[in-house]
Design a protein around this ligand. Structure first.
Ligand SMILES: [Zn+2]
Length: 72
């Protein structure tokens, strides 16, 4: 089980470096934190800077799992 937090850094690659996914320049860079659920709660599993779209695409596909558990 994963949870994500997306933060608009209001800055470009000049400050944070290129997108860590596609390695291209970013005008408006985002910071994404991936949390993984353990017995004691959610802990940071991964952190990335890059384009908003690149970060969202990289998220693990957990939607179908969530829907399945809701229907139980
Ligand atoms: Zn990118």
């Amino acid at each position: 089980m994963y949870k994500y937090k997306l933060i608009n850094e209001h800055a470009s690659s000049d400050k944070y470096g290129k997108c860590e996914i596609c390695n291209k320049y970013v005008d408006n860079i985002y910071y994404q934190i991936e949390y993984k659920k353990y017995k004691l709660g959610y802990f940071i599993n991964n952190e990335l800077w890059g384009h908003k779209d690149c970060l969202i695409k990289l998220r693990k596909k957990v939607n179908h799992v969530k829907e399945f558990s809701l229907s139980l």
